[in-house]
Design a protein around this ligand. Structure first.
Ligand SMILES: *Cc1c(COP(=O)(O)O)cnc(C)c1O
Length: 385
């Protein structure tokens, strides 16, 4: 094996150690029951996860990308409909819109939080706009009050991409419960992760839930009678649901740990603000679930991001960039006809951000080691005059 990092970016196996026996028993129970497709564990997990989000219905699907695609379709979105989304998101948000057949309309983001710029979103609304997808990036929710006001004023659907925000809350509103429906992912590294792929659409509307149930199952609600075009095979796996049922009970505690670690990072990195290094801003206090802990090397910062990331790697610290290329500059989406300079804030952010290690169970010693490595590197840099 290559050298194990002193501080890995995430440690996925760590969270399973104390749950080992329970997880094994749950998997053995599925094996014994034999309900491998849409089994008991799936409906159980759909109900508990939906109620955690303070929503009425949850429908488990094969991935977060499919939750976006099928969720958008079930909300009635398709060809001819414009859907507004932030340009600085994981590419799956865009893929969901495209697979639903709708037209993506990008908008820029806020420099301090990385969240969608809602003033820009409002300016982008026109007669063909049917929906806005707020992405609760890094685990922080986009302001629910402003979203609901936008939705009412312009008669547009709010469909949340909550793939990074399981259990997040802002102003008393839970992620997933802001608008008509929301998509979650259970990709292993998410705040609530399976041991494989998985996703869910949550909604308050029974018709939306029923439609997703049909779409995930070949477009049929009754075996061999197919009523919904746009159907596919994308079901949350029963084994994954059995695992998620056990892990869900620990989500709040894990999120608390992330929030606590983030506060420690914020405090320890505060002295570097003069040198131009600043954490992304938290407007939701303890409701921020820190899927990622992201810092920004601002215009005033004398150090080079690549050099810092390399230096950390030498010290055994894995850092990441989420994301290095905004969606409009990805070669695959050239045909959407955007250009460099179209979204100056997102483009600048993509050059300045760095995600530091963050996961439940990361120790304070590890955090201190990261902070010291960053601090030393910055102090050694020449001062900008
Ligand atoms: C992970 C993620 C997705 C996609 O989820 P998958 O389960 O990997 O398909 C969508 N949107 C965002 C913001 C994500 O972080």
């Amino acid at each position: 094996m290559a050298n194990t990092p002193v501080v890995p970016f995430v440690d996925l196996a760590l969270q399973h150690v104390p749950l080992q026996d329970e997880l094994m028993a749950a998997m053995a129970a599925v094996a014994a029951r034999g309900d491998y497709i849409l089994g008991n564990a799936v409906s159980q997990f759909e109900q508990t996860f939906a109620s955690t989000c303070q929503t009425r219905f949850g429908v488990g699907v094969g991935s977060g990308t499919d939750a976006l695609t099928l969720g958008l379709r079930a909300c009635g979105l398709g060809p001819g409909d414009q859907v507004i989304l932030p340009v600085n998101t994981f590419v799956a948000t865009l893929i969901g819109v495209l697979q639903a057949g709708a037209t993506p309309i990008f908008v820029d983001c806020d420099l301090e939080t990385g969240l969608i710029d809602l003033a820009a979103a409002e300016r982008a609304i026109n007669g063909r706009t049917r929906a806005i997808i707020p992405v609760h990036l890094y685990g922080q929710m986009v302001c629910p009050k402003t979203l609901r006001r936008l939705s009412e004023r312009h008669d547009v659907i709010i469909f949340e991409d909550a793939a990074q925000a399981h259990g997040a809350e802002r102003d008393g509103v839970m992620a997933g419960s802001v608008g008509l429906a929301a998509a979650f992912s259970f990709y292993p590294s998410k705040n609530l992760g399976a041991m494989g792929d998985g996703g869910m659409v949550v909604t308050q509307r029974e018709l939306v839930a029923q439609t997703v149930k049909s779409l995930r199952n070949y477009g049929s609600t009754r075996k061999y009678y197919h009523t919904d075009p746009g159907g596919t095979n994308s079901r949350l796996d029963t084994l994954q649901a059995a695992i998620l049922n056990i892990k869900l009970a620990h989500l709040a505690k894990w999120n608390c740990d992330r929030n606590r670690l983030a506060k420690l990072y914020d405090q320890a990195l505060a002295p570097l603000s003069q040198a131009g290094l600043r954490p992304m801003v938290n407007h939701s206090g303890s409701g921020h679930v820190y899927h990622l802990y992201v810092i920004r090397l601002t215009d005033d910062c004398a150090i080079d991001r690549t050099r810092l990331q390399q230096e950390l790697a030498v010290q055994g610290i894995q850092a990441g960039i989420h994301y290095p290329v905004p969606c409009h500059l990805q070669p695959a989406f050239h045909h959407l006809d955007y250009r460099p300079g179209d979204f100056p804030v997102a483009e600048r952010l993509s050059q300045q951000i760095l995600s530091l290690p963050m996961y439940p169970g990361m120790t304070e010693d590890q955090l201190t080691y990261v902070v010291e490595a960053v601090t030393k590197h910055i102090q050694a840099a020449p001062v900008l005059i």
